[in-house]
Ligand binder design. Structure first.
Ligand code: KG4
Ligand code: ZN
Length: 341
């Protein structure tokens, strides 16, 4: 069965074709994945309308390239999945309109997918874990999750901004275009890493907070005494220590022996290294989503949609009624294809 996945929640427009026939062979599931990322003007965040214009402009080319690369025609596609939320309204609408049109015209079943569930479920598939304690760190989410009774339950989360927002906002103040977490990592690697400037460290129970850290880092930047690489290094060390402490609390409490990190920020090497050390200490297997699929991509949407449809074909929606929801929480989604604990 061939599934086309369409991702358009925020900065990335991506299409992918996956093949369920190769379910047990991770290397052959993904027939194609093509993406184009909207870059905000230097120093600015994502403007939803501009990002949606970007998506509308690149969509025909991305879709064609994706089908060509998979060597299939749209008529060969058995299922279409699209990211229905959470995300930026104008961006979601572009993906949904394309998905609805293709579904209606070619009479192909249509599945709405929760973007965050896509990150988690694809991560589990690619790492071959069963039911890990999962950290989702991206621009839209910072959550520690455990699967229980058919749903991904939130064990802990950020009380204010996400890790991705923290990195993007610091990066923007430094003159980069959002999303720019990778630029912070590059700068941090230029530091001699001899000292960590004292910065706010806030963890409340199982939850974390980064807004005070953001304000303090911006204040450090105004003081020309400090070099940017050293500021970035201090930011990474502090933010990741907070995150890893919260993860350790969750590992202790749940006694989970598998741990997975997914989402755009999971591309960060230092974060992975720190999580690996924590997992070793707790005798838990550490896995990170493969780098290629950390950031937003059509494969995560195709994979989650396919699982939902294979479990029950009644999960499909009529094209005219296909929903989008800017604030669709992942802990409201029933995951019926996964064994419940
Ligand atoms: O998963 P994703 O592509 O989109 C959302 O679902 O939000 O995550 C994007 C986020 C951005 O905030 C981006 O700056 C951050 O992931 N990111 C990184 C790195 N690469 C991407 N943050 C820190 N270090 C990186 N290497
Ligand atoms: Zn994402």
């Amino acid at each position: 069965m061939l599934c086309l996945g369409i991702e358009s929640t925020a900065h990335t427009f991506s299409c992918s074709v996956i093949n369920s026939g190769n379910n047990n062979d991770n290397d052959n599931i993904v027939l194609s994945e093509v993406r184009d990322i909207y870059k905000a003007p230097i120093g600015w965040g994502i403007h939803p309308r501009d990002a949606s214009k970007h998506h509308a402009q690149v969509a025909p080319k991305i879709l064609k390239e994706c089908l060509d690369k998979a060597q299939v025609s749209i008529k060969n596609i058995d299922l279409i999945s699209y990211s229905a939320g959470p995300g930026l309204g104008p961006c979601l609408r572009i993906g949904a309109v394309i998905a609805r049109s293709l579904s209606a015209f070619y009479d192909i079943p249509l599945i709405p997918v929760n973007h965050a569930i896509g990150h988690i479920e694809l991560g589990i598939k690619l790492t071959e874990l069963n039911s890990p304690l999962t950290l989702l760190v991206s621009g839209g989410h910072t959550m520690i999750l455990v699967f229980h009774k058919n749903k991904w339950r939130i064990f802990g989360e950020t009380l204010d901004i996400t890790l991705g927002q923290l990195f993007d906002q610091v990066g923007r103040s430094m003159g980069f275009a959002s999303p720019c977490g990778n630029k912070i990592e590059e700068l941090s690697n230029l530091s001699d890493k001899n000292s960590v400037y004292p910065l706010p460290y806030v963890i409340k129970g199982n939850d974390v907070s980064f807004s005070g850290l953001l304000t303090a880092v911006k204040a450090l930047m105004r003081n020309k005494e400090y070099a940017l690489p050293d500021i970035c290094f201090s930011l990474e060390e502090t933010a990741f220590s907070i995150m890893v402490e919260a993860v350790e609390r969750a590992l202790s409490f749940t006694e989970k022996k598998e741990f997975l990190v997914v989402g755009g920020v999971s591309a960060n090497n230092r974060l992975s290294r720190m999580l690996q050390i924590a997992c070793d200490y707790h005798d838990s297997i550490f896995k990170s989503c493969p780098l290629q699929f950390c950031g937003d991509n059509g494969v995560q949407i195709a994979w989650a949609g396919l699982q939902s449809f294979l479990y029950s074909s009644s999960s499909k929606v009529h094209p005219e009624k296909a929903p989008i929801s800017q604030s669709w929480r992942l802990d409201t989604v029933d995951i019926l294809w996964r064994d419940s604990e």
